[in-house]
Design a protein around this ligand. Structure first.
Ligand code: FAD
Length: 521
């Protein structure tokens, strides 16, 4: 370990995905007199919420995430963006999505879920009782999620890693009224499937099951059987809560944030991959390599924030004997080996039909046809961007979750054709040009091992699993390690990653996000 020729920093953020950006932005504000550094393997910030350009004329596509929650005024993403931002420019400009259209070709059904929980059948027939129960269920979910969404603004510590955090969460709990307390207990210990069945939605109500499960796979990456009601309730109410498509795509959020961080004297280096982490007496020893194969090493004295999936982290620390024998690390290894992994297939493309869509962004969930390959059995999330740059082109990102073990690389072209057909048949528009991204693409660009998207925590079995190992104080009794990102916070998506980044920053620095919002820093 050549620590002599290494650069020493106080705090290091590895990876500038949604989580790393949240942590880095807050660090740059809270610890301006320390040496803070962020390293990102890619050329751009954002990770799965980044973008890429294609074609001539150049068109920009969102890589993964196309919509954001909590970006309305005083939402968490909104506050994070505006914190310490002197001129409030550029601001976040967004459009709220008011409904999701579900297309179920096998049943000749097309229905529309509105943000108030009402459901409108556009095509086909659905049993009157089933429909009534489904609407009641969504209305109940919307109503009950409101207080949960307000609770996350208090940044509860989750999963709890110390007694102090247990009492912090307890004080949030006791600040609720009695009904709120009962509801909180209720949400933690019930499965989503239990609540669904309480509303008279039975196994044979296939349409309802498909709609609920597809929304859950989109937000929590598991089905109703495996999703704790706490996560399920929030995931299913996301439309009511408010999902937004940003004008100019995700880059209009993450790119300016990365610029804000650099302007605050926090050094941000792109195209630099961390290849190995080892623990030693003075902190962490970090090996990195850039795109020209130049190596550079760092020593991290205080806080190390790693924005990478648990599978990657296990790989990065593999040679560290201390961690290797540590109880927590052993558990991660075990969990990551036994866990079923999800990957994504995504189709990026465009239509050339200005008149076919209204001005607001469109969001569809398209279910498979019987004729499709068995691997493509999950619903497809089609997000059509709003009119951009006065062009007649409608760009889209369509995502399909796939179990990694089912993905067959040699079928790439077949997958592309089938996904393309699924989109064209559902919305009666011809795709002019498109290309496919596979789990390998995600592995290459976001360094997700085997292209696994999401993490372990969302399912019921892993709900209280503690992958954030900040309890491992090192020999120097100072350096701490935090995993951040969608592998550590229950529920998936940008907001979960952001929250994990904020929680880790609070843990590492002792500051409070809510005080920063009030300008107390
Ligand atoms: C196809 C798809 C569609 C999605 N749609 C939505 C949506 O509409 N709304 C929503 O909220 N969420 C959506 N999600 C989920 C959301 O994009 C992710 O949960 C979130 O962006 C993950 O952020 P993260 O910070 O946890 O991880 P990542 O985005 O993976 O960020 C990790 C970053 O760390 C970098 N990194 C990793 N390892 C290293 C290393 N060793 N050295 C240097 N850098 C490293 C990576 O390059 C990457 O930039 C979607 C995801 C996918 C894949």
């Amino acid at each position: 370990m050549d620590t002599e020729s290494s650069e020493t920093v106080d705090n290091l953020v590895i990876g500038l995905g949604a989580a790393g950006i949240a942590t880095a932005k807050l660090l740059s504000l809270s610890n301006p007199n320390e040496k803070n550094l962020a390293l990102e393997h890619h050329f751009e910030p954002g990770g799965c919420a980044s973008y890429f350009a294609r074609g001539n004329p150049r068109r920009l596509f969102d890589v993964g995430a196309t919509q954001l929650v909590e970006c309305e005024q005083n939402g968490i993403q909104y506050n994070l963006f505006n914190l310490g931002h002197a001129h409030r420019d550029p601001d976040i400009k967004s459009h709220k999505i008011e409904y999701i259209t579900f297309h179920l070709p096998e049943y000749n059904i097309k229905l529309l879920l509105k943000s108030d929980g009402e459901i409108k059948i556009i095509e086909g027939i659905i049993d009157e009782n089933e429909l009534k129960n489904l609407i009641r269920f969504f209305k109940f979910t919307n109503k009950n999620s409101t207080y949960l969404w307000s609770l996350i603004k208090t940044i509860p510590k989750f999963p709890i890693i110390s007694k102090k955090e247990f009492f912090e969460n307890l004080s949030i709990f006791f600040s609720l009224n009695f009904i709120g307390q009962i509801k909180t207990i209720f949400t933690i210990f019930f499965r989503t499937s239990t609540i669904v069945s309480l509303f008279g939605i039975k196994e044979e109500h296939v349409i309802s099951h498909k709609v609920i499960n597809s929304l859950l796979i989109d937000t929590a990456q598991t089905d109703m059987e495996n999703t704790p009601w706490l996560v399920g309730c929030m995931g299913l109410s996301i439309l009511h809560k408010g999902i937004y498509r940003l004008d100019g795509g995700m880059r209009s959020y993450f790119k300016p944030m990365a610029t804000q961080i650099s302007k605050r004297k926090m050094h941000v280096i792109y195209a630099q991959e961390v290849t190995e982490i080892t623990h030693f007496d003075d902190g962490y020893f970090i090996k990195t390599i850039d795109r020209n194969k130049n190596q550079k090493n760092y020593v991290v004295r205080d806080n190390l924030f790693v924005n990478s999936s648990i599978w990657n982290v296990v790989k990065l620390f593999n040679e560290d004997l201390f961690l290797y024998n540590h109880k927590t690390f052993k558990k991660w290894k075990e969990k990551s080996e036994e866990s079923q992994g999800w990957g994504a297939l995504a189709l990026y493309g465009y239509f050339n039909d200005d008149l076919a869509y209204p001005r607001e962004p469109w969001y569809h969930q398209l279910f498979p046809d019987k004729t499709e390959e068995a691997e493509l059995s999950s619903s497809l999330y089609l997000s059509i961007y709003q009119h951009e740059h006065d062009s007649k082109i409608r760009c889209f990102t369509a995502t399909l979750h796939i179990e990694i073990s089912l993905f067959k690389p040699n079928k790439k072209e077949i997958y592309l054709e089938q996904i393309k057909k699924r989109i064209e048949n559902s919305i009666n528009l011809q795709i002019l040009d498109c290309e496919i991204a596979t789990p390998f693409t995600y592995e290459k660009y976001t360094l997700r091992n085997k292209g696994q998207v999401g993490g372990l925590v969302a399912n019921f079995k892993n709900f209280l699993f503690k992958p954030t190992p900040s309890m491992i104080y090192h020999y120097n009794n100072k350096s701490k390690l935090y995993l951040i990102g969608d592998c550590v916070f229950p529920g998936q998506g940008v907001i979960s990653s952001t929250l994990s980044g904020i929680i880790a920053w609070e843990r590492g620095t002792g500051h409070k996000f809510k005080n920063f919002i009030k300008g107390l820093y």
